[in-house]
Ligand binder design. Sequence first.
Ligand code: ADP
Ligand code: MG
Length: 690
Amino acid sequence: MGTHSRLQSPVQYLKGVGPRRAERFEKLGVRSGRDLLYHVPRRYEDATRVNRIGSLRPGDEATVIGEVVAKGVLPTRKRLRIFRAIVRDASGRIEVAWPGQPWLDRQISKGDLLLVTGSVGFFHGLQLRPREHTVLAREGERSDGGRVFPVYAATEGLSHRQIRNIIEDNLDPLIEEVAEREVFPAEWLESMRLPRLESALETLHRPKEIADVESATRRLAWEELFFLQLLHARARHEIRSRDPGHGMRSGSNLSTSFLDALPFRLTGAQQRAWTEIQADMEDDARMYRLLQGDVGSGKTVVAAAAMLKAVENGLQSVLMAPTELLAEQHGRTLNGLFETVGQRPRLLTGSVTGRERAEVLSGMADGSLPLVIGTHALFQEGVSFARPGLMVIDEQHRFGVSQRRALRDLGGSADMLVMSATPIPRSLALTLYGDLDLSVIDEMPPGRRPIRTGVRSYADRDAALNWIRGELAAGRQAYFVYPLIEESEVVEATAVNDAVTELRHLYPEFVVESVHGRMPPARKDETMRRFAAGEIALLVATTVIEVGIDVPNATVMVIEHAERFGLSQLHQLRGRVGRGAKQSWCVAFHSAEETPPRLRAFAATNDGFRLAREDLRLRGQGDLFGAQQHGAPELRFANLERDADLLEQARKRAREIVDTDPELSSRSHRALARELVDRHADREVLFAIG
Ligand code: ADP
Ligand code: MG
């Protein structure tokens, strides 16, 4: 360490950089020596795996690495200028030809070590037609990595080779400095079989063998995951310690009689979640928990029991929904559920006005009203809460950041239960919502008729539409959903309106209406209400109905251009039907030649968690993060599938540390605290609530 920290030095002052290159490094997010060290190769060219030039045959697809021994531009009869190079490795030589690219003559020199991928043809001898090429090294350049060549993400004016040379020139002192800063105890690293930081970084920049790269990458993944979990653990601690919980009584009356009076028994998964929630509510510390489960898995019933548990302890419970429509629906559901125990929750939304509103507000403020269901109207105007015991927040990711903060403030010392009907893999949940504890309902109540899903190409559309007429004629209702067209709401509205025209023409005997993004919210709500009331047979919509209303009589979900939807979104849409006793159907139309893998997976299972894992596999975590939450953390090194084990370790260790030393002030934690600030100082992160 000391005064000449190269790690902390602006990259400009490192060997071979200077102000101009520093500006270009900035574009790559590299500002300091430390950033440079963590600018690890994007990929590697493994010369031990490439094709030997001497063994190439016409028709081969090949990658070769060799030295340029001759080169030049030759004009042809047709005035096409072709750049050619003769490339040689230990086994032979081959001509490589780039038609129409004479400028390459200035970029590729004799003596360069060149990597070329392309197809082998025959033209006065063997010839390679490149699709891609990379100059791995100039004549006389060092390449300490042996036969594995790192390729760095580059930018305009700063080639991957320049970057490699700069890194090569600065690597030793940077790594030496890093070696003194290892923040993890040796036992931890040994138990996870991870290398120390300096050795991981050295391997990544100068791999001896490609096989070493993975464990080195996992080491960086580990720190990334650990510090994110440490941040989450600190947020959780802060929330839980700012206001202590209530430590409610166990074995109580209201919630028990409620559950006893249900016409069914809780599923195993519901029971597990309920046990976890009760334990939290009885604990002195505040509950801060995410309840995840597919649509219809029975989350609401569990949340309802929790609400009653707070009430029987003399406290108040609130359920908060992201829209008025959903709040009203919850209101109906809960009023039905609570009938057996004589409780009547009240609604507070923007459209509750006048005397009714005044009553609810005063009941909340003086504590006489135990159960309230509402929207963010609940915390918009001086609403106060006498004895907040539990806040249930439905689909929290649909609330904005400031709304979440307001929720937290309104909640005071209330326990927090966040409900989500968007199944996501555990690894993703722990990364995005690591500050919350997690309960998962991964089992459906018995006796459900699984929704039948058909994936069809547009060639089968007529037949499908005819079949749907039968369902409508039998008195059932259907949704037709179109993808959101992000570039243009106008185009989107047009697509929806065209569909309405088509369907009205096709089904003159039925009422066809639409909802889409360009409609004023009030009209949207009105149309949805009429659909729920059965006045509309066929609702054409964009994804505005994705997480929405529950209409048991709707048994058909038609998804148009299904290839444009993500897997979880498709599943969410399908969850709009299958809410009643009748058999429900989902028909997904696509315009692809062959059924895309995503749609095959969709048709194959109704299990949202399985689909979520499949989605993670097919789409990659980057996409899923964005879809889940704005400001989601970017993971550069961790791969949630490969590193799921590290993530669990990270969460466990981070929580242990924060439980014993929340401020990270003990001697052994100081280095962790410093590193945490280095990494995350710039963002107060994404606490799930507030
Ligand atoms: P979610 O909130 O997860 O969408 P709900 O709690 O609304 O699910 O439950 C969906 C439906 O299933 C409701 O009609 C509910 O009464 C019913 N239900 C919930 N749990 C069970 C169970 N264990 N057995 C049978 N039916 C159940
Ligand atoms: Mg508690």
